[in-house]
Design a protein around this ligand. Structure first.
Ligand SMILES: [Zn+2]
Length: 98
């Protein structure tokens, strides 16, 4: 592999060019960032599930579907969000029914 900026020979696993310091292997970097990123939508869904059942359910389902992109992060949280949002919707329905 060679640096796209200065043409120096690089180690295949190098993230930065030792000659000019430019970030190389952008695909790997982007992939690593995605893997370490937080599955924010799963957290949002989990929090919302306590207050707004339907919104929490939707966000949790999205969070669950996106979990594989985040190396499985947020999967448990998303499932918990789905369960809690269902329970809170049932609870609010039974409150309204009375
Ligand atoms: Zn370079």
């Amino acid at each position: 592999m060679f640096c796209k900026n200065c043409g120096a020979a690089l180690d295949d696993n190098a993230d930065f060019c030792p000659n000019c310091g430019v970030a190389v292997n952008q695909d790997k970097l982007a992939n690593d960032q995605q893997k370490t990123a937080t599955n924010a939508i799963a957290i949002v869904g989990f929090v919302l599930s306590f207050f707004i059942g339907l919104a929490g359910l939707i966000c949790s389902i999205i969070g669950l579907s996106k979990a594989p992109q985040y190396n499985g992060k947020g999967k448990g949280l998303a499932i918990a969000g789905i369960v809690i949002s269902c329970l809170s919707m049932i609870l609010s329905l039974s409150l309204f029914a009375n």
